[in-house]
Structure formats: structure tokens, C-alpha cells
Ligand binder design. Structure first.
Ligand SMILES: Nc1ncnc2c1ncn2[C@@H]1O[C@H](COP(=O)(O)OP(=O)(O)OP(=O)(O)O)[C@@H](O)[C@H]1O
Ligand SMILES: [Mg+2]
Length: 457
């Protein structure tokens, strides 16, 4: 039976979780502070800890650190308050398995617990695993599965097919496989199949000899020769034409190439990593992709899941991109407001990680304070609706924290608030100053004066 320790200073919360988890068939014990929790952990084999992050005395975060030090493999789920993205980020950074935020969504709790407890017998701890791929951010269960797969298959010569929606990080995965292989790091030769016209494709892949066609002014080695005894990365493989597919299949079967216009056959030894944002099985059914080629390429298939299936990674990615773009753009924007993060958590990302990266880059560029507010998120249609749905509050929310308040000062903060409120009233009334003044219960003259003063149009 799976044993769970619930740590929370609030009795009602402990009771709630205990009853809920008990109903789900778990054995549950509780502790009301960090010391009590550590004592209980010492004596018995728990499989999971669920802990509030904010507790008097030693905080949940500190406890997390201690637990991870003592029992590296014990998963800990942190409970954060609704509007505290910093907590979520710190929790994930400090090794939490995941976090759940209040108010609770029961299905979410169940699924997080399920993934935490089904992961017990991992050979490597999650931390170690995630840390061995520094350029790829993610600690969600889905990403850890990928990391695990990469570390197991990278040293083998097996061909790999990476598939997933655009912007999910397929190229990063391809490079990670190469870097963890036995081949030296420089020996990675990429080609984007869709970028090359069909007439040139054969020569790009297999090379040509001087004079073999108009424009062949010298010998060309081609991708496979260049990548010999290394890795060839065939990006957007789904775009290959049938003729090239057939030629590629032959090369993979025979392990040798014949450059265009040459009679000499050369043996090659290349590991192929291919990527596509198409579902090749569907392409096969539709007669657009050769099934035999598919099996040659997809000895190990890796699906990179869309970002909406691993939302737990959003805070980590946001943090990572904030650091990156603050540095690149020479700004000091290191934080995101709770509401802005809520907006981002509630978005579906049709463009996946690339879209999130662009949003943060723009956010950093547009931010006028050292924090990203919902209004700095200039977003696609769907996200804009989300923003309005979720950010009912920021209208009266002019600073994010004490630091910003003191940095900005009372006058400026009040002005900022006033401006926002007036804007809001004008939007509501379709820019009727009369009606807006009415709504705000001020005189028309006073409103007009403020509109001019703040340069609102
Ligand atoms: N897990 C991640 N951590 C950090 N950055 C990421 C991650 N996933 C994607 N990115 C970034 O998002 C962008 C898109 O990633 P990448 O080019 O690997 O996607 P892709 O799946 O190859 O997309 P496409 O199908 O459009 O070629 C890149 O800038 C990449 O650095
Ligand atoms: Mg790509």
C-alpha cells in the first residue's frame, strides 16, 4: 500500500487531504510542522510527501531541501497558494516532484499523486536526470521520460525518429542524443529536408562529382559523407519526396552511397536522427511516406509532447527564458507577476515552447518595471481572452510586492492605479467620458482633467 505523509499547519487541510487520499486507497499519516514531519519520515517508509509551502517555523521549502538531502528519491509535492508563482518556481527548482495550488482541483491532485508514486523505482533520481541535460528545461513526468530514454539510447547506434508538434524542442532532443552518444561533439551534420529543392536533394544527401549536372562545378561530398562515423540530422523528414525516400531507403539498407554522376560506391557508417512534425503513420496510410523507410528510421521513436500536456514545466521555462532575455536584452526583468503567470498557465500554446519563448522575449522587451505584468504579455487571440478572464484583479493591482512599492513611491503608484481605473471605465463605456465619469462618480471636468494629465486617449 502506498504511504503518504501530509504536512500542513492547518487542521482542516490535513483532514481534507487525509479523507480524500484515504478514499483513493492510500495510507495517510499527517504532521503539522516540519519537525514532526522529519521525525515521522525517519522511522517509516513513506512513498510520498505532500506539504504546504507556507508554514510557521521552518517553511515547507526548507523542509523540502532537508527531505531531498536525506531521502533523494522520495517524491515531494508542494502545495502553493493560488497567486504565488515564485513559490511554484522555487518548489520546482528545489526538487519538488510537482506542485498543486489552492484551491484544489481534486482530479489534478489525484493525477499528480499517481505520477509521483508510479515513478518510485527509477534508476536515477529525477534531479540527476534533469540536470544531465542542461539546455533542455523540464521536470515534468513527460520530459523525464524523454531524458531517461535519451540517456539509454544515445550511446547506441540505433536510428532515432523524433516527432511532435512544431516548437516542442525536437531539435534540442536531437542534439542531446548526439552529445550523449559516443561520437565527438563536432560531428553532427544537420539538413532541413524541406528547405532543399527536389532536384538538389540527391546531391545534397549523397554528393556529386564535377560535371555531373549543370552547376556541378566541383565534387561535393554530401551529407552522408560529411557525417560519416558521426550523426546526420534529417530535419522535417516528412517532406521528402517519394523518389528521395526510395534512394534514402537503399542507402540505409546497403550502408553505402553512390554520389550523383559517380560509378564508385562508398561505404558509410552514419547514425541517423530524423525529426518531423507530421504523424508519419498517417502519412504512410495516405501513401505519402514509405513504410519500410519509416521502420528503418524509427528504430527508436521519441514523441516530444506538446507543452499543453506538461504545463508543470511552464514556470520553469518562464524562469529560464526570463533570465535568458534579461541578459540578452540588457534588462533587469527577473520576475513575473502572479497574474501574468496564471495567464500563461491557462494557455494552450499551439506554438509550444517556441511560442512561450517568444512571449517572454516580448514581455521582457516591453516591461517598464522589473517585473512582467499581464499587460506586457502581447499575445495571440486565445491568450488575450484568457488574460481578460483571469486578470479581473490587476485593475486595482499596481505593484507586485513591497520592493516595487518602495522603488516606485506612493505618488507614482497612485497615478498608475488611477490611470488604469480610468482606462477601464472608458473601455466599458466605449470611450464616453460622460458615462465614465458617471460610473466613477466624479465630475466630467475632473475626469477630463485626469485624462489629459495622464495622456489617456
Ligand atoms: N525544453 C526546452 N527547454 C528550453 N528551451 C526549449 C525547450 N523546448 C524548446 N525550446 C526552445 O524552443 C525553440 C523551439 O525548439 P526546437 O527548434 O527544438 O523545436 P522543434 O520541435 O524542432 O520545432 P519545429 O518542428 O518547428 O522545427 C528553440 O528556441 C528551443 O531552444
Ligand atoms: Mg525543428
Amino acid at each position: 500500500m502506498t504511504r503518504i505523509l501530509v504536512v500542513d499547519d492547518e487542521q482542516s487541510m490535513r483532514d481534507f487531504l487525509q479523507i480524500l487520499l484515504h478514499k483513493e486507497g492510500y495510507a495517510v499519516d499527517t504532521a503539522n510542522n516540519t519537525d514532526a514531519a522529519l521525525k515521522k519520515l525517519k522511522n517509516s517508509g513513506f512513498d510520498l510527501v505532500i506539504s504546504d509551502i507556507r508554514m510557521p517555523g521552518t517553511s515547507g521549502l526548507e523542509m523540502l531541501g532537508m527531505v531531498k538531502e536525506l531521502y533523494a528519491d522520495l517524491p515531494v509535492i508542494m502545495i502553493t497558494a493560488f497567486a504565488s508563482p515564485d513559490d511554484a518556481v522555487s518548489a520546482m527548482k528545489n526538487g519538488a516532484f510537482d506542485y498543486i495550488s489552492k484551491p484544489f482541483n481534486v482530479d489534478e491532485i489525484k493525477s499528480v499523486i499517481e505520477s509521483a508514486t508510479s515513478q518510485k523505482s527509477e534508476p536515477q533520481s529525477r534531479e540527476q536526470l534533469a540536470d544531465s541535460f542542461p539546455g533542455i528545461i523540464g521536470k515534468s513526468r513527460e520530459m523525464l521520460k524523454i531524458f531517461d530514454l535519451i540517456s539509454r539510447i544515445a550511446p547506441t547506434p540505433a536510428n532515432v525518429l523524433i516527432y511532435g508538434e512544431s516548437g516542442t524542442g525536437k531539435e534540442l532532443v536531437a542534439k542531446a542524443i548526439h552529445l550523449n552518444s559516443k561520437v565527438d561533439a563536432d560531428h553532427f551534420v544537420p539538413i532541413t529536408c524541406s528547405a532543399i529543392p527536389e532536384e538538389l536533394m540527391e546531391s545534397e544527401l549523397f554528393g556529386h562529382v564535377k560535371g555531373s549536372f549543370t552547376g556541378a562545378i566541383g565534387d561535393k561530398a554530401g551529407l552522408f559523407m560529411e557525417a560519416d562515423s558521426g550523426t546526420a540530422f534529417l530535419d522535417e523528414i516528412g517532406e521528402l519526396t517519394p523518389i528521395i525516400q526510395t534512394k534514402l531507403l537503399r542507402v540505409l539498407q546497403e550502408r553505402e552511397i553512390k554520389p550523383v554522376g559517380s560509378t564508385i560506391i562508398k561505404p558509410i557508417n552514419v547514425r541517423i536522427i530524423a525529426a518531423t512534425n507530421r504523424i508519419l503513420e498517417d502519412e504512410i496510410v495516405a501513401g505519402r511516406f514509405r513504410e519500410d523507410l519509416f521502420y528503418r528510421l524509427a528504430v527508436v521513436p521519441i514523441r516530444v509532447p506538446p507543452l499543453r500536456e506538461r504545463k508543470g514545466d511552464v514556470p520553469l521555462l518562464v524562469d529560464y527564458f526570463l533570465q535568458k532575455y534579461s541578459r540578452l536584452l540588457g534588462k533587469e526583468v527577473q520576475k513575473i507577476s502572479s497574474y501574468a503567470l496564471q495567464v500563461l498557465m491557462n494557455y494552450d500554446y499551439p506554438g509550444n515552447v517556441r511560442e512561450l519563448e517568444n512571449i517572454i522575449e516580448r514581455g521582457v522587451a516591453l516591461a517598464s518595471t522589473n517585473i512582467i505584468l499581464p499587460e506586457s504579455l502581447s499575445l495571440a487571440g486565445g491568450l488575450r481572452e484568457n488574460k481578460q478572464r483571469i486578470s479581473g484583479e490587476p485593475l486595482f493591482h499596481a505593484v507586485e510586492n513591497e520592493q516595487e512599492l518602495f522603488d516606485t513611491g506612493l505618488d507614482k503608484v497612485m497615478a498608475r492605479l488611477e490611470k488604469r481605473i480610468i482606462r477601464h471605465a472608458l473601455e466599458k463605456t466605449n470611450n464616453s467620458k460622460m458615462k465614465a465619469a458617471d460610473l466613477l462618480q466624479v465630475s466630467f471636468r475632473s475626469l477630463r482633467y485626469k485624462i489629459t494629465k495622464y495622456g489617456i486617449n
